[in-house]
Design a protein around this ligand. Sequence first.
Ligand code: FAD
Length: 531
Amino acid sequence: MDISKTDILIIGSGIAGLSLALKLKDLGEITILTKKRAFETSTSLAQGGIACVMEEDDSFELHIQDTLAVGDGICKKEMVEMVVKSAPERIKDLINWGVEFDRDSENPKKFHLTLEGGHSRRRILHVGDYTGRAIENTLIERVLEVENIKILENFLIVKLITEDLLKPSRISGAFVLDLIHVKPVIFLAKVVVLCTGGAGKVYLYTSNPDTATGDGIALAYQVGCRIANMEFVQFHPTCLYHPKAKNFLISESLRGEGAILLNAEGKRFMHKYEPVKKELAPRDIVTRAIDMELKKTGAECVYLDISHLPSDYIKKRFPYIYETCLKFGIDITSQPIPVVPAAHYLCGGIYTNIWGQTDIPNLFAIGECACTGLHGGNRLASNSLLEALCFSHQASLKIKNMWNELKELKIKPPLIKETAVKEIKEEKIFISHNWDLIRKIMWDFVGIVRSLKMLEFAMKRIEFIKNEIKENWSGIYLDLDTMELKSITIVAELIVRSALQRLESRGTHYLIDYPFKREKYQKDTIIFKNF
Ligand SMILES: Cc1cc2nc3c(=O)[nH]c(=O)nc-3n(C[C@H](O)[C@H](O)[C@H](O)COP(=O)(O)OP(=O)(O)OC[C@H]3O[C@@H](n4cnc5c(N)ncnc54)[C@H](O)[C@@H]3O)c2cc1C
């Protein structure tokens, strides 16, 4: 089997992985692995922008308060403070790397800032309505200029290699599938950093790209890392409802600029659920309101209407959304947009400290796969790109600090025989059927509104699928779908087990048996593997 050596192995080519590589570029040889093309990430799909205190009427204190309020009692204040206060420096990093945020048309010395739900001030920097794509492309360009950083596309990591198989121990690398040449490869490294993104694909309806199968969380769980707060799945209230539109998000910034929600009868309804903030209430409130309206009216979607704003303004401010909707026959300058909620962001993940370090000192986790304590029970809009940037900076400081010690590290190749890798012999329908089943179970029973009965029902079904996988497909398969099925099954189980532990309604976790917040509540819902 091929064995490749590198100093730092980064898994994932979104904002977390790319920005970390740039921060560490002078340290040694860096390899970034990504299971599809480099730009196929959630980062590329981000529309709204990135939050940062920029104006005099705003303050760090206000941004901290907004983050804590939306996080609903679960955020870690020291993490929130670090992120909010270092945001201006991290935005400067992006600008220095070449990201050109939109400027204010009346005062080009200033940036144009937009407003999103849960924010008390305009503080979202953006590039049109394709901020993520602008950031992703710029970072890829910068990374490609650096000689000692390699990006390897279509390389799927399927297992972390530990020094000891029977207890949590140092990581010596990763077991990887080269999906183009259909062969296994071992990568040995002194530091491994999981930047694998979220897990929206665990749900039937999601705004996430196909890459978001929670692989990093499943991998870290399997080697004994703590996984935290998985019950907090954020559903975005407004994804385009159209049979041919896969996962297309209608950004929150439309509501920030004045778009209103209408039910199937053409009536506004948000005032009934949040009389003050209405359409600008935090996402979980807007999502549950839409869910209630859909259940009440039996309609398949609600509508988001921005057509009262001048047509030229809409086209200039939201060019990507305007063009995309037009392709589906919807002219947003004159028609309301049919929308439904969809799984959007995972607030929980691999438990890390303020340096992005997991329970295993040479394994880091950054970006959406991590649970840093910033988001708590719910994420404030546009805080996640920022989180990835701030924690990649933090991790870079820690890795530099540990470098002399790491340099001396002798890494032993693992005793894995090539024969351990198998090919799927039976029809692929067994795999695709279980894929669909998991996603439907999660949507129907572990979605926007949950009950204990539904969670227990889901748990039994997931257990059944887990056992079926163990009996039929244990080990490593040369096949993306099979390996991803294993990840979504582990992640689905972690979400349900966490949800069953939190007997209250808080943040994005709404349990009809306990529709209130408990005075004494557990801060973090922690799950780890017993060896
Ligand atoms: C539609 C949409 C709009 C959004 N809008 C905003 C916004 O406006 N503002 C904001 O702050 N946030 C937004 N978010 C959230 C934000 O985009 C993500 O949280 C963030 O980009 C995550 O970055 P990341 O680097 O952690 O992961 P990603 O950008 O998702 O990158 C993950 C990488 O890991 C790789 N990977 C995964 N598993 C494996 C494996 N097993 N082997 C090899 N590679 C693997 C993937 O191929 C990919 O390269 C949005 C998200 C979506 C989906």
